[in-house]
Design a protein around this ligand. Structure first.
Ligand SMILES: CC(C)(COP(=O)(O)OP(=O)(O)OC[C@H]1O[C@@H](n2cnc3c(N)ncnc32)[C@H](O)[C@@H]1OP(=O)(O)O)[C@@H](O)C(=O)NCCC(=O)NCCS
Length: 200
């Protein structure tokens, strides 16, 4: 298979509607892996993705192969996100109107390692620059070192993120709740933001 079998769809706001289940299923499959260990349900996905449908300035890039969603990346203005995303920025003196939030970059394992992850950053950064944002930001879950469910072959993405110009900001932490594999109910998880500043 070559990259030419893949189609990249750039969608915004309500154009995402027909793709919600495909994207939700991909999120459930990829985030089930370490380090997220997310035990997701499609209903919860539809609710989470509604924020992107309702944001006129969101960008969702879907990668399809034969109409199956095999990869995706998302972003939207931080002002359109929920308070749990905004709070660490407000607390640390940022103007949330200046921040574009990058939600996720996800690919089924067999599509990784061909440069699509880098392309996802470029597409979202182009979108953020077009809208005049001063910061682009994403967050990643914090896990203890030597987590019992960490696979031996797991490679952290920190070096990749640094290579894309992002800096980890330990003071910018958020708490999100989700049900982890093996858990009976949802529990809180701490995530730390990474930021890139753009000259305005
Ligand atoms: C994040 C993700 C989309 C990156 O996609 P990708 O297409 O494999 O990335 P690229 O091919 O552009 O590679 C980018 C860099 O990542 C690193 N990398 C490649 N394979 C990797 C792997 N298996 N694990 C960790 N890093 C890897 C390399 O440094 C590579 O740069 P290089 O080619 O210059 O050496 C993909 O790894 C993924 O879906 N991960 C699971 C979901 C996730 O954790 N997403 C991030 C949080 S939302």
């Amino acid at each position: 298979m070559t990259q030419s079998d893949l189609i990249f769809h750039e969608l915004s706001g309500s154009a995402l509607e027909p793709w919600l289940d495909g994207l939700g299923q991909l999120r459930i499959a990829v985030f089930r892996e370490y380090p997220y260990l997310y035990d997701g349900k499609l209903e919860g996905e539809r609710e989470y993705l509604r924020t992107y449908v309702d944001s006129a300035d969101s960008l969702v890039v879907l990668v399809t192969e034969h109409d199956q969603v095999v990869g995706a990346t998302t972003c939207l203005p931080m002002r359109d996100e929920g308070p749990e995303f905004q709070e660490p920025f407000i607390k640390n003196g940022y103007d949330i109107g200046e921040v574009c939030y990058f939600g996720e970059s996800i690919l089924l394992p067999s599509f990784r390692g061909r440069g699509i992850g880098k392309d996802f950053f470029k597409r979202r950064e182009t979108h953020a620059q077009r809208l005049g944002f001063r910061y682009t930001a994403f967050c990643a879950v914090d896990r203890e070192s030597a987590h019992p469910l960490c696979p031996k072959e797991y490679r952290p993405l920190d070096e990749f993120w640094k290579s894309q110009g992002y800096v980890k900001h330990p003071e910018l932490q958020a708490t999100f709740v989700w049900k982890e594999i093996g858990e009976e109910t949802e529990s809180p998880k701490t995530l730390t933001f990474w930021l890139k500043a753009w000259i305005k």
